[in-house]
Design a binder for this molecule. Structure first.
Ligand code: SAM
Length: 305
């Protein structure tokens, strides 16, 4: 599958790039967004790109540009150390998996290709999905499928997974797909039956929700005024987290009267931290060219103080 960066022009525009500014692309992937950011930067601009997938890092090494620097690891950790040390003008996060991660069957992300049930973006960290399913109880699996996949047949699927693991351990992606297909009573006309389960397990295995929450709060807390935070999300769980976090920092906190705090403290609490820029969805044309973009939403915030 050809890699087409999602909402490319829109996200670069959302960063409001200053020629000599310093930016972070927290999700380098195949570098589509990074290359576009570099095109907008002048000779004294700087771009730090991050990815926790060693394959992405290999791709990134092909970019020879003194303004570009690539970091390996979780974006929460890397962004935290970068914004504490540097003056950052904008951060871009294009969440989820890259097309190459989905394409390579051995990575275990795809429910369309047979491969080991791994799903780790960073295969050097954590445990593969099959191992987690093997050691986890029914209730926890059901909870994860509901929380991160909004799977209405979570109970039936988790039961089927645990029962099958008692007889023969599920180690392959297509094994899991078969189990899901047999467990669900009714198929959705528009979605592959394994979509929600695969999404949920992937989010859990890669700690995607924790990563996002940590990074959002940290970025809003310590980015400098006028810096931009632009995030592309692909499912409602991420989207809600971003929306709620932006809302929380966009409204002054109401402090009940009579609390023992000073005027100065009240002023600090009442200040808006961010301005929310209107969210953007891909144009119809983009969704036709790149079906993966259909569920994408770009949310942007500008730091105020
Ligand atoms: C959707 S792709 C990004 C595609 C990229 N914008 C492009 O145009 O090629 C997401 C990438 O982010 C990486 N990623 C996801 N979560 C991460 C995290 N918490 N820390 C570091 N990298 C992460 C994945 O490994 C993947 O390569």
């Amino acid at each position: 599958m050809e890699h087409i960066p999602v909402l490319l022009q829109e996200s670069v525009r959302a960063l409001n790039i200053k020629k000599n500014g310093t930016y972070i692309d927290g999700t380098f992937g195949l570098g589509g967004h990074s290359l576009a950011i570099l095109k907008h930067l002048g000779p004294f601009g700087k771009l730090y790109a991050i990815d926790k997938d060693p394959y992405a890092l290999k791709q990134g090494k092909k970019i020879i540009d003194s303004r570009f620097s690539l970091k390996y690891g979780n974006f929460s950790t890397q962004i935290s150390s970068l914004i504490q040390k540097k003056n950052i003008d904008g951060i871009l996060l294009d969440l989820g998996v890259s097309s190459i991660q989905l394409d390579i069957a051995e990575r275990g992300f795809s429910f369309m290709k047979d491969g080991p049930l791994d799903m780790r973006m960073n295969p050097r960290e954590g445990i593969p999905a099959w191992k987690w399913l093997k050691k986890t109880n029914k209730k926890k699996i059901e909870f994860i499928l509901k929380a991160f996949g909004e799977e209405k047949y979570a109970k039936k699927i988790s039961h089927a997974i645990v029962e099958r693991n008692k007889k023969k351990i599920i180690t392959r992606t297509l094994d899991l797909v078969e189990i899901i297909k047999r467990a669900i009573p009714k198929k959705d006309k528009y979605k592959h039956p394994a979509t929600r389960t695969f999404q949920a397990i992937r989010i859990y295995i890669n700690q995607e929700v924790e990563e996002l929450k940590k990074t959002l709060n940290l970025a809003i807390k310590i980015l400098k005024p006028k810096a931009r935070l632009a995030i592309i999300s692909f499912h409602s769980i991420e989207s809600k987290i971003i929306k709620n976090c932006f809302k929380e920092h966009n409204h002054p906190l109401i402090i009940p009267r009579g609390l023992p705090i000073t005027e100065k403290q009240i002023k600090k609490y009442e200040k808006k931290k961010i301005k929310i820029i209107k969210k953007i969805k891909p144009a119809y044309k983009e969704t036709q060219i790149n079906p993966r973009s259909r569920s994408a939403i770009l949310r942007t915030a500008e730091i105020l103080s």
